[in-house]
Design a protein around this ligand. Structure first.
Ligand code: CDP
Ligand code: CDP
Length: 224
């Protein structure tokens, strides 16, 4: 069983993907974390983010892995835990530029498909249902208003004691969504056979239950 969960920033993908994976004992694959990890290393090494070849080279040199834990996973680069570093704002605000390059995506998609071959999986990202796993058994596309998504990220920052400006966050989310939706290769878009869920006024629990029902319906239909 492959469950693909796509959608724009802060639609609630990773929160529900983690919980569903835990509940069903599936492997959770956070593809955004992989693009973030590459961006972190590119920034640390002062690689020009428009230099596709240099980024692809870097992608082929670094070893990104996940360490699974009770409530999700840690992200490692060459064995170092970078889970917190990849969520920093300089990474967030540059990751879409790194992720738009074809050579970079080819490399990442190959790793993602290999990981997804190993088990039952819940994979979240932008192009999972359309490009990475076009034959996924269940495809979900989560959306929410940009205002609500900015409020969610603002709340996360406040809870972590990080200074945060709601209007600026909204602009950053809009800019990232725009680059993700307009890039040439595998842009953010809903697969024709994906089920769309608007999470704007839904709780995490409600979204999770809806997706679990969709997975169950698929499994009963197939007799598995
Ligand atoms: O959690 P959040 O929505 O902030 O972002 P993410 O899922 O960690 O993804 C970070 C960025 O990686 C996205 O804005 C995309 O530019 C890129 N990404 C992508 O291009 N394709 C994917 N399958 C996943 C992420
Ligand atoms: O992975 P993605 O960027 O799509 O979003 P996320 O990181 O899972 O969710 C962003 C924030 O929204 C988290 O702090 C969630 O707790 C919150 N959230 C929510 O308030 N209501 C939902 N239905 C889903 C997520």
């Amino acid at each position: 069983m492959r469950v693909a969960i796509d959608g724009p920033a802060a639609a609630g993908k990773s929160t529900v993907a983690k919980q569903i994976a835990k509940k069903l004992d599936y492997l959770y694959i956070d593809t955004g974390a992989m693009y973030r990890a590459l961006t972190l290393i590119a920034l640390r090494n002062q690689v020009n983010l428009e230099d596709e070849e240099a980024l692809a080279d870097l992608a082929s040199q670094i070893n990104i892995s996940f360490r699974h834990k009770e409530d999700g996973q840690d992200v490692l680069i060459d064995g170092d835990d970078v889970s917190d570093d990849i969520r920093q704002s300089d990474v967030t605000n540059n990751v879409s530029i790194v992720a738009k390059h074809k050579l970079v995506r080819e490399h990442m998609v190959e790793m993602q498909r290999k990981l997804a071959d190993e088990a039952n999986v819940v994979v979240d990202g932008r192009d999972i249902g359309t490009y990475v796993l076009p034959n996924a058994e269940v495809k979900i596309f989560l959306v929410a208003s940009v205002e609500e998504r900015a409020i969610r990220r603002h709340k996360e920052n406040v809870d972590r004691g990080i200074s945060s400006d709601l209007e600026q966050l909204k602009e950053e989310i809009e800019r990232r969504d725009q680059i993700d939706s307009q890039r040439e290769m595998a842009p953010l878009t809903k697969a024709d056979d994906a089920i769309e869920i608007d999470t704007t006024s839904k709780s995490i629990e409600e979204v999770k239950e809806s997706i679990l029902t969709i997975i169950q319906d698929h499994s009963s239909f197939k007799g598995v």
